[in-house]
Design a binder for this molecule. Structure first.
Ligand code: EPZ
Length: 419
């Protein structure tokens, strides 16, 4: 096991280049199963979730060649199975995208129930409702989800909950089906638009991704031999923006889409930060102690739940009392227990947490409870007085590429050691 050892008290300064979006990559890779041919995907983040999905695709018969750490060529002409190994699919959340893509490709699928960060119940009833409306028979139980169909036929699907996963999964299933599918009350995250752009680049006919209603006009076949570049990671960019705010730093974030972060930019300006957009770069300068603000996480374009814990670090040292309402997940405040070990003063109850800002944090041994909480604890260690050790790095490595070298390049005193 490894841990990160951080000596704090640093004001971060410099440039960081953002990797491709994890939550887009883990959907686009299964989506290549809808193509009977070779595809090249680049700007892939070099993270463990991408490696796991590639291993699963190989188990299903795909051939994968890594052109470099961030680009693969995938040949899906010879898919020999529609049963994904359950011990692999339960390792992360996005394995559920194999359902939509294998239903579309093979009309049958069997995957283990998805894993992922422990944020609450994380049901997939909206995925299943959509697959059944499209004409699939879905069975769940004993940790397995299986589905089969003679033919998928387009229809209207109204989502009871705005769901990123269900929106993408149903888009995958509808791409090759007969007729037209309308997904209403769809999620609008940038990675949903990215998956739609990838499918359209391969000849799909998807209109309205990024709005509440996505129309998918089924096509008989997708084109092979396309090359596609994954969109920059909105959440990684936001993580570094909040690191600048918390550390009273000056960070230029390169290879990002600033407009994807409008909500966060507005919030950190309220906290006293200067934010400059410049093409595919975004600069955050913070010269004073952050002001206290209130935050309510919402589906895009609202404040992203995946930046909630990183914002919590900035609020833990803000001047005044702040409230965060976590409207998406039932239990996404575990990180506040770790921050309180570092001298923060946070009380959380259900979906609400109250942050009484303290002057500074003090270093302590802490443990990452989920992917974004892990990133938040790194920021906390960088701004705290003294030494912090962050363990349980398996969570962080699922979603951040070379996170310690990116922070080191910004001036952090951080190194990865064997536990
Ligand atoms: C995706 O999870 C992301 N993961 C999560 O990011 C992110 O927090 C979440 O979207 C919200 O933005 C990936 O993309 C791999 P949802 P997902 O379906 O698809 C409820 C990270 O840190 N719901 O949008 O699982 C659900 O309980 C990870 O990168 C149902 O009720 O999230 C939640 O309250 C953590 N029924 C809300 O909807 C369903 O069938 C949003 O969930 C599906 C979801």
């Amino acid at each position: 096991m490894e841990k990160l050892v951080i000596h704090g008290g640093t004001r971060l300064n410099g440039e960081v280049t953002i990797s491709g979006a994890k939550n887009s990559a883990v959907a686009i890779l299964p989506a290549t199963l809808l193509i009977d041919g070779i595809s090249t995907i680049n700007n892939l983040p070099n993270i463990s979730d991408v490696k796991i999905i590639c291993d699963i695709l190989k188990e299903l018969g795909a051939k994968i060649h890594w052109n470099n750490n961030n680009e693969i060529q995938i040949d899906t002409r010879n898919i020999t199975s529609w049963k994904a190994p359950t011990d692999m699919t339960s390792k992360f959340r996005a394995s559920y995208y194999l359902i939509g893509s294998l239903l579309g490709r093979c009309k049958s699928v069997e995957v283990g129930s998805p894993g992922g960060c422990k944020l609450g119940a994380r049901p997939i009833d909206q995925h299943i409702k959509g697959f059944e409306l499209l004409g699939a028979k879905v069975k769940t139980g004993s940790g397995i989800i299986s589905a089969t169909t003679d033919k998928l036929v387009g229809t209207s699907i109204y989502m009871d909950t705005v769901s990123v996963g269900a929106t993408i999964n149903l888009m995958l299933a509808a791409t090759l089906c007969e007729g037209t599918t309308n997904i209403e009350n769809a999620a609008k995250e940038p990675h949903i638009v990215d998956v739609a752009n990838f499918l359209n680049a391969a000849g799909a006919n998807i209109i309205g991704a990024g709005t509440d209603v996505i129309k998918i006009i089924g096509v008989p076949k997708l084109k092979a031999n396309i090359t596609y570049s994954v969109v920059p990671d909105q959440i990684e960019a936001g993580t570094f923006m909040l690191a600048s705010v918390a550390s009273k730093g000056d960070i230029t974030i390169k290879n990002c889409v600033p407009e994807h972060l409008d909500c966060l930019s507005a919030k950190i300006i309220e906290m006293g930060a200067n934010v400059e957009y410049n093409g595919d770069e975004l600069r955050v300068i913070m010269n004073s102690r952050p002001k206290a603000v209130n935050v309510n996480t919402l589906p895009y374009p609202g404040f992203p739940t995946d930046l909630q814990s990183q914002m919590g670090v900035a609020l833990s040292i803000a001047d005044g009392t702040s409230i965060i309402n976590e409207s998406i997940w039932e239990s996404r405040f575990q990180y506040t227990t770790e921050l309180n070990k570092m001298g923060a003063n946070i009380t959380s109850q259900g979906k609400t947490a109250i942050f009484q800002g303290v002057k500074s944090l003090t270093g302590a041994p802490v443990s990452a409870t989920d992917l974004r909480a892990g990133a938040a604890l790194i920021i906390a260690g960088i701004i705290a007085q003294g030494k912090t050790e962050v363990s349980n790095l398996i969570h962080i490595d699922r979603g951040y590429e070379n996170i310690e070298s990116k922070f080191k390049a910004l001036g952090a005193n951080i190194r990865r050691v064997k536990e």
